[in-house]
Design a protein around this ligand. Structure first.
Ligand code: ATP
Length: 363
């Protein structure tokens, strides 16, 4: 397997659009790294530059310390699985799997050996003689993955490989890919716009927005210490709640939201970082699981319950606090009625603070 390094990689399209700017990161041997971000953030462009399908405007891409900027895709020892995997309809599963090897002039015996190995790994052995039209969506997806696997490349690049599948299949293929990654110990770069897929699959995640890397971290760190407002709002579902106001301190910390004072408590963990923001505009972030109905005497704010969304294991309470919409995630059970005004509180330790001007994390 292999390491991959990007050093200040930039893509300027001929129309003047900078799709990726100053992207630098290293992928360790055997790592599964996920590139995630909203549509148009530049993730496909980045993956295609690593694959050699798109030229690099400046910066370098290295595979195993060798700069590959000018190396043709076929000589980079990578295999790519696309969103719109096209299987050859007139070929059987075995022929589809072996096609890339045949093209490379491999011997019949070796092709057969590798195809049967991969078919066993992906549980496609009983379907080797079937044509794509006779396969289920999940089986077709496995064949597409298998075509990459038979080549035993140094690096796997996967571009939204599960986006054509329904929700249930996607969930089971996600587990399949995680299992395969563990089994093969392969270096994989996986592109998705789905933050749940990113969080469950990635050992580390690169969050992109507008062609810029916003944060590179483990799933837990992204969730618990988002580097800025974009990452805070993108990672987690339902999204983090945001309240904006001026930071004050009296006997305790407060957020002054146009005259309405939101008590924030003692904030022992965040106090030293917040000191410099006294009197300035900040954005307070609270995850839905940390915003909870409390006894009226302990409330930090009150909000009107507008919509109740039960999702089985949890219930999402959608609440209005002035012009802000907030979400609280509560366990199922006896629920307040729609239209009621709920006293809400949060634990100081779980509050996030961002600079309202540039969105960067303060504490
Ligand atoms: P999606 O999830 O929708 O595929 P993405 O994050 O993969 O999006 P890219 O396809 O990498 O995004 O595109 C990044 C930006 O570059 C977009 O704004 C896109 O419009 C632009 N772009 C892509 N290809 C070209 C091109 N050939 N010429 C000019 N601009 C392009």
């Amino acid at each position: 397997m292999a390491t991959v390094s990007l050093d200040r990689v930039r893509k300027l399209y001929p129309n003047g659009h900078v799709a990726v700017d100053e992207a630098s990161f290293d992928i360790a041997d055997g790592e599964l790294l996920v590139l995630v971000g909203p549509s148009g953030c530049g993730k496909t462009t980045l993956l295609r530059m690593i694959a050699g399908l798109e030229s690099i405007s400046s910066g370098t891409v290295s595979i195993d310390t060798r700069v590959v900027n000018e190396v043709a895709p076929k000589d980079r020892d990578i295999a790519m699985v696309f969103q719109n995997y096209a299987l050859y309809p007139h070929m059987t599963v075995a022929e589809n799997l072996g096609f890339g090897l045949r093209l490379r002039g491999k011997a019949r015996a070796e092709i057969d050996r590798r195809v049967s190995e991969v078919a066993r790994l992906l549980e496609l052995e009983s379907r080797l003689d079937a044509r794509p039209a006779a396969l289920s969506g999940g089986q077709r997806q496995r064949v597409a993955l298998g075509r990459a696997l038979v080549r035993e490349p140094k690096v796997f690049l996967l571009d939204e490989p599960l986006s054509n599948l329904d929700a249930r299949l996607r969930a089971s293929m996600r587990v399949e890919i995680a299992r395969l990654h563990r089994q093969l110990g392969a270096t994989m770069i996986y592109v998705t716009h789905d933050q749940v897929e990113a969080m469950t699959l990635g050992q580390r995640i690169v969050v992109l927005d507008g062609g810029h890397i916003q944060q590179i971290d483990t799933p837990m760190n992204l969730y618990q210490r988002p580097a800025n407002l974009f990452v805070a709002g993108f990672v987690g579902s339902p999204a983090m709640n945001f309240l904006r106001g001026q930071l004050r301190r009296d006997t305790q910390w407060q957020l002054d939201m146009a005259g309405a004072l939101l008590p924030l408590g003692e904030l022992p963990a965040q106090a030293s970082a917040l000191q410099a923001w006294l009197g300035r505009e900040v954005t307070l972030g609270v995850r839905p699981e940390h915003l909870q109905p409390v006894a009226a005497g302990n409330a930090a704010l009150a909000a009107t319950l507008e919509v109740i969304e039960p999702v089985g294991s949890d219930v999402f309470l959608n609440l209005r606090h002035g012009e802000h919409m907030l979400v609280a995630r509560v366990p199922p059970g006896e629920l307040p009625t729609r239209g009621s005004v709920l006293p809400l509180g949060f634990a100081a330790a779980h509050l996030h603070f961002f600079d309202a001007a540039d969105g960067k994390r303060i504490a």
